[in-house]
Design a protein around this ligand. Structure first.
Ligand SMILES: Cc1ncc(COP(=O)(O)O)c(C=O)c1O
Length: 400
């Protein structure tokens, strides 16, 4: 800890170690969700495939959960299959569609700012004889629907463009892209891991054929997620076995986690509108405050078409990792980008795709707000962050 940090720490000791601003990486499980899950560990512990009453009790909980999750996105319950993570759902969407439809064509389209689980799945498909087009984005991270239209060819079987970006929060023009895919008779998948439960989704209005979401991003437990697969979509499973989830995902069903996912979804549905308004107010206070207080600071991502809880700044002249460490000493948990890429110490592919130079991308900070973020947390960051950035710039080897 630097002398400056120690000084700030002493002045704000009461607030320190309590400001969690990394809700995009994962969220704490809501106590209401924990309560809903508890009976499914030791009392209602049956296997959903068992015919006796324990099994049937678990099966009923599973089907009720399916209905709740489907409702949020205006899908039918039978169009939802439960998986273990959005990573699994995205792998199943890309590989499952590719292998089931390879006789029609072997071409897929993704955007250049997708989560690594989409990019790496697409890269792997290339080794299996598929062709992948990666669409460029503009300086805000937006995909141009016209580019999607122009990239679709006779052999195209799937377009996958995320609903909202996990690093910069930009919300993509999903409805327009869905409309184009429908007209061109190409399947459309969207990774909604960051948007599900935070902003409205209607799979029919948006012409979505497949959609991935993950429980731990919306105050549910880790280990539960879903893939929406529109009725009639041809898909091959990745896991073969006992035929769970209509044969698309064999594995004994994780009932407590799925019940928790459903309860988390139900709470989000009820509170979404009010919570989004609350977070937008806090988000914009923090954005405006930082842009005013820190010279040379820059907001990454679309200023308006962005997730209610996402902020991503670049601070030229400093290194993001040092900033994260300093903020951590001061009790603020933040991130340089996505949780997956922050260990790699490579500049974020998302920030490079929106046109940042590697040194600008290295000086980035993601602050993601959530259900327990208070105005006093924002005030604390506004007090501390300018001092930390100033100090790091003074000692930085990149000093301008
Ligand atoms: C956009 C996006 N897709 C996929 C994932 C992977 O989700 P999971 O942790 O459930 O595998 C994440 C997690 O950060 C994400 O933000």
């Amino acid at each position: 800890m630097t002398k400056e940090s120690r000084k700030i720490y002493r002045a704000h000791k009461d607030l320190c170690a309590s400001v969690y601003l990394d809700y995009a990486a994962t969220t704490p499980v809501d106590p209401r969700v924990v309560k809903a899950m508890l009976p499914y560990f030791s009392e209602k512990f049956g296997n959903t495939m068992s015919l006796h009453s324990f099994g049937q009790e678990a099966k009923q909980a599973l089907e009720e959960s399916r209905e709740i999750v489907a409702n949020l996105i205006k899908a039918k319950p039978e169009e939802i299959i439960f998986t273990s993570s959005a990573t699994e759902s995205n792998n199943l969407a890309l590989k499952g569609i590719a292998f089931a439809n390879k006789d029609k064509g072997r071409h897929l389209i993704i955007s250049s700012i997708e989560h690594p689980c989409i990019i790496e799945s697409a890269e792997w498909l290339k080794t299996q004889g598929f062709e992948v087009t990666k669409l460029k984005v503009d300086k805000y991270g937006l995909v141009n629907p016209e580019d999607v239209k122009n990239a679709i060819k006779k052999e195209t079987i799937l377009v996958s463009v995320m609903h909202a970006n996990n690093e910069i929060g930009t919300i993509e023009p999903i409805e327009e892209i869905g409309k184009i895919c429908k007209e061109k008779r190409v399947y459309f998948h969207t990774d909604a891991a960051q948007s599900f439960g935070k902003i409205p989704i209607d799979v029919n209005k948006m012409n979505i054929d497949l959609l991935s979401a993950s429980s731990h991003k919306l105050y549910g437990p880790k280990g539960a997620a879903c893939l929406f697969i529109k009725e009639g979509v041809k898909i091959t499973p990745l896991l073969h076995g006992g035929g769970h989830e209509t044969g698309l995902r064999s594995s004994t069903v994780n009932v407590p986690a799925i019940v928790g996912f459903a309860e988390a979804t139900r709470i989000c549905e009820r509170e979404m509108k009010k919570e989004a308004q609350r977070e937008i107010k806090l988000r914009d206070k923090l954005i405006n405050g930082v842009l005013k207080k820190i010279e040379g600071s820059h907001l990454n991502g679309e200023p308006k078409k962005r997730l209610p809880n996402n902020i991503n700044f670049s601070f030229p002249g400093i290194e993001g990792e040092s900033l994260i460490m300093q903020l951590d000493f001061l009790g603020i948990a933040a991130s340089t980008g996505s949780a997956c890429s922050s260990e790699k110490l490579e500049p974020s592919h998302v920030l490079l795709a929106i046109g940042l130079k590697p040194e600008q991308a290295h000086g980035s900070l993601r602050l993601s707000l959530g259900r327990w973020t208070k105005e006093k947390d924002i005030d604390y960051v506004l007090e501390v962050l300018p001092k930390v950035v100033k100090r790091l710039r003074e000692i930085s080897p990149f000093k301008r």
